[in-house]
Design a protein. Structure first.
Lengths: 550, 363
């Protein structure tokens, strides 16, 4: 046991708690915050005491260290809560400085109501409860580190490779789909008012586990069977889901199309493009301006009988490709960091142009009443139709991506990502393959943009901010750079889940930022990595384990 | 047989050379087109509009002051780039946090009445506000380095960059949650409000401007002394040159890198307070665009090059202040000017105007 170390860890925990407090977690989660904070303390105490270079401490020592962490972590939060409660009782509005510190916030932490906080009721019972809970949680968390044995960790690793684990993995998506169907059965009441949210969550889980099942299946008949079953279920899915669920799923699928495009630029060619939203915006605006009835240019091209979705889409894609190449030319000679910032600048320039070229794009007023896509007389201008169309798009894009990846061009891209100089020495025409990467990515983004425009009906420059680029970048990185399944998983996790957890939505970008950092440190290859990238980034570890198993 | 393969390979080599000259010709003709377009535009606009010479002079002064602020931030990029060869994408946010810390300290002194009190108290409070901004930024910068960058030092280049982007957005939106979406208002002490008019010319020099000029100059001199004359500065330069050899010479690399971050962040914190005094408003995303511009400035002068960053920043400030009126564009396009400048520099002179300390191959 090390007092100094425990105190240091306690201070870190304390800092994290104060941060969570200031960003307003107690306000959004209400009285559940006491529970949440307690779990956080326990978890942090467990995680921080666990990795101690293999030295195992006794149960007593670990528990004492944990309790020190718990005690110290409570000091910070108690101090600021006391100060805030005191100020609020005096009628000072703390939220003028710290936006989230409302009386309800203090109340949630101390178990009082808003009126009680404002009238200066004693906060000590609530505070004492907090302290005791933190110390208990810290002690338990610390104590668990001593009980945990090496066997458990290796057992979890073996789980998915053991035959039973593998079968469970294969069956799981179908079980989840079944439970989603169960919700649809008349008379089954699960989840009450939130039934459609629960259903959506089950759909997300179904798709996510299906991706893992596809990975886990043995190549050959087993994988074929699984993928046919999954594709069939996904195709019937939009018929079963309701309007809200389809709306969320159609947003997710648009991001899948975009993610697959950026995956080519960043994942394969290794060109970090932060202005990807520019092509998305160009696609959406090209299609919108050509087809909207009150458009400012080329009012509906009467000679062609009006621009429909299907005649507008190729033009939008072409516009995307042209801008992709045009923006690609100046950045040909730039690498890594420079490229990121310059492309970011391009994205902003395009948005500023959309905003300020009023005569052409309609400025902040946007483009209104964009027509819906129509296929064989069927109007697809509803969430279900857009979802089907999105599936078609992402299917085509995924097919193109796979074919490109396995082609000479795809291998050149990967060579470029690994080492530009060596790639050039191998006789790869860097200019051509870089421009092709930008053009392909831009084409996919423009297609997604056209789809987005007809989904939204009205589009505005504010739909195309830098944050869209960051969303797409985060989702492909968290899913796994260069992995198609990873893009789908990333879109579900980053675009779909926040729609379910409304209160989490306020922390969306905050969480993405933190996730990017954490992923880079702990798992740079992503959640569902491509086989090649995993081998690159974990190469040594795998080689070592290979030697050990021999 | 042999000769034919030889001639074929020679053809290929010649083709490569031809391709390179071709791209060079393309780039130069592109440059000539842009330059002539710019000159044509400036002449046309100059004929149509009639700004007085006073206007130009005061705009230039504004630009110089803005450049001074950019320089403080740009130095942080350059210092970190010089040592780690990575762009600290979150540097603008470090500056923003310094600005917020400065704001709170200013509020305290305003409540105490120091800022409106006797001159020595007012000066002291302004200096303390700047110091508070610097301290907050140093803490943020060092934490950032410890958590987000240090574990990734040996990772492939894209990995720390993505981590930095994540950190940037994390800090920005954490500030949004903590301080709320509405901007806070820097209330200038009377000592630095207003300005002096220069004789009969009608040109006004704001007192804030003088403060910015004095503080940035002092800071830059201080930085120069630290980097060139002190022991830790020598260690920094050694680490920038060659990390492994430096560590063999007994230099603690981690410590030197942490110190570099601290130094850059301190300057950024001062810059944040200056931006607060200059714009009088401070918001969660105040750091982002100035951060990008400071980066542009660092690239303009040659990244990794300390005098280059100062020069680039001042040039950028002036161009940004004069550009919109000279080109007859609305001021909303001033960000576009800065970004276009960045792209043009990277196309025509990627090593920057004063020359990059590193070879292009490393970048």
């Amino acid at each position: 046991m090390n007092f100094k170390e425990s105190i240091r860890l306690g201070l870190i925990t304390s800092g994290i708690l104060i941060f969570l407090d200031l960003i307003g977690l107690p306000l959004t989660s209400g009285s559940a915050i006491v529970f949440i904070f307690t779990i956080v303390v326990g978890l942090l105490s467990f995680l921080m005491l666990r990795n101690r270079n293999g030295e195992r401490s006794t149960l007593l020592n670990a528990s004492i260290s944990g309790s020190i962490i718990g005690a110290i972590s409570s000091i910070g939060i108690v101090t600021i809560t006391t100060i805030f409660a005191r100020l609020q009782a005096d009628g000072i509005r703390v939220n003028k400085v710290f936006a989230q510190i409302l009386p309800e916030h203090t109340g949630a932490l101390t178990g009082l109501t808003k009126v009680e906080v404002l009238s200066g009721a004693s906060i000590w019972p609530g505070i004492l409860k907090l302290c005791i809970l933190f110390i208990v949680a810290g002690t338990i968390g610390g104590g668990l580190t001593a009980l945990q044995s090496d066997k458990t960790s290796s057992r979890t690793k073996q789980f998915s490779s053991s035959p039973y684990g593998r079968y469970a993995l294969l069956v799981l998506p179908f079980l989840l789909f079944g439970s989603f169907m169960l919700l649809k059965v008349e008379g089954v009441q699960i989840g009450g008012e939130d039934e459609n949210t629960l259903g959506l969550l089950l759909v997300f889980l179904f798709i996510s586990t299906a991706l893992f099942a596809f990975r886990g299946a043995r190549p050959g008949n087993e994988r074929k069977l699984i993928s046919i079953a999954i594709v069939f279920l996904i195709l019937v899915l939009p018929q079963l889901t309701d309007l809200f669920q389809n709306a969320v799923l159609s947003a997710v699928i648009i991001f899948v199309v975009m993610g697959l495009g950026l995956n080519i630029v960043v994942g394969y060619a290794g060109l970090l493009d932060l202005g990807y939203v520019a092509f998305f915006g160009i696609g959406a605006y090209t299609f919108g301006l050509l087809s909207a009835p009150e458009s400012f240019v080329l009012v509906n091209l009467p000679a062609f009988g009006g621009v429909t979705f299907w005649s507008g889409l190729p033009i939008a894609i072409l516009a995307g490709v042209i801008t992709g190449v045009l923006l690609g030319i100046p950045v040909l000679r730039m690498r890594g960091d420079y490229l990121a910032i310059v492309t970011l600048g391009f994205g902003e320039i395009i948005r500023l142009l959309l905003l300020n070229l009023r005569d052409f794009t309609g400025g902040p007023g946007g483009v209104l009443n964009i027509p819906a896509p129509i296929v064989f007389g069927v109007d697809l201008g509803n969430p279900k139709g857009i979802f089907y169309l999105g599936m078609l798009f992402s299917g085509i894009v995924a097919f193109i991506t796979i074919r490109l990846r396995d082609s000479r061009l795809g291998r050149s891209w990967i060579a470029l990502r690994e080492d530009e100089d060596v790639a050039r020495a191998m006789g790869i025409n860097l200019v051509a393959i870089k421009l092709l990467a930008f053009a392909t990515g831009a084409a996919f983004a423009a297609a997604a943009g056209a789809l987005y425009a007809s989904r939204q009906v009205n589009i505005f420059p504010d739909n195309f901010t830098l944050l869209v680029s960051i969303d797409v970048l985060s989702l492909i990185i968290i899913g796994g750079l260069g992995s198609i399944e990873g893009v789908v998983l990333g879109s579900i996790a980053l675009i779909g889940l926040p729609e379910i957890l409304r209160s989490v939505n306020e922390y969306r970008i905050l969480t993405f930022g933190a996730l990017l950092v954490v992923m880079m440190i702990l798992r740079p290859e992503g959640l569902l990595p491509s086989a090649r990238r995993q081998r690159e980034l974990r190469g040594e570890a795998i080689a070592e384990s290979g030697i050990a198993s021999e | 047989m042999q000769t034919s393969t030889k001639s074929a390979s020679r053809k290929k080599i010649l083709g490569g050379i031809r391709q390179r000259t071709l791209s060079r010709i393309l780039i130069y003709s592109f440059g000539i087109i842009i330059t002539s377009l710019l000159i044509w535009r400036i002449v046309v606009v100059a004929e149509q509009t009639s700004y007085t010479s006073q206007y130009w002079v005061s705009q230039t002064i504004n630009g110089l002051l803005l450049g001074g602020v950019y320089a403080l931030v740009a130095l942080g990029y350059t210092l970190v780039y010089g040592i780690l060869f990575m762009i600290n994408f979150a540097h603008g946010e470090v500056m923003m946090i310094g600005g917020f810390a400065g704001y709170f300290t200013l509020q305290i002194f305003t409540t105490l009445g120091w800022t409106e009190g006797p001159a020595y108290l007012a000066v002291l409070s302004i200096l303390l506000v700047i110091a508070a901004g610097m301290v907050a930024s140093v803490l943020t910068g060092m934490t950032l380095e410890r958590i987000a960058y240090r574990p990734l030092r040996t990772a492939p280049r894209l990995v720390p960059l993505i981590s930095a982007i994540g950190a940037s957005f994390f800090l920005q939106y954490a500030a949004l949650r903590i301080f709320g979406p509405s901007p806070v208002n820097y209330r200038k002490p009377t000592l630095i409000a207003g300005g002096w008019s220069l004789g009969e010319t009608g040109i006004i020099v704001t007192r804030t401007g003088v403060l910015i000029a004095v503080i940035s100059t002092l800071m830059m001199i201080g930085l120069f002394i630290i980097v060139r004359r002190s022991k830790i500065g020598r260690a920094m330069r050694a680490v920038a040159e060659d990390k492994e050899t430096a560590s063999l010479m007994g230099i603690d690399i981690d410590k030197v890198i942490a110190f570099t971050f601290a130094l850059g962040s301190a300057l950024a914190g001062a810059g944040g307070v200056m931006i607060g005094f200059h714009n009088t408003l401070m918001k969660f995303n105040t750091g982002f665009i100035p951060g990008l511009k400071a980066f542009t400035a660092a690239v303009l002068g040659g990244i990794g090059n300390i005098p280059g960053a100062m020069f680039g920043a001042i040039l950028l400030g002036v161009l940004e202040a004069l550009g919109p009126s000279a080109l007859g564009l609305p001021t909303e396009y001033k960000d576009v000017i800065a970004f276009s400048l960045l792209v043009l520099v990277l196309i025509f002179r990627p090593m920057g105007l004063l020359g990059e300390v590193l070879a292009e191959e490393k970048a």
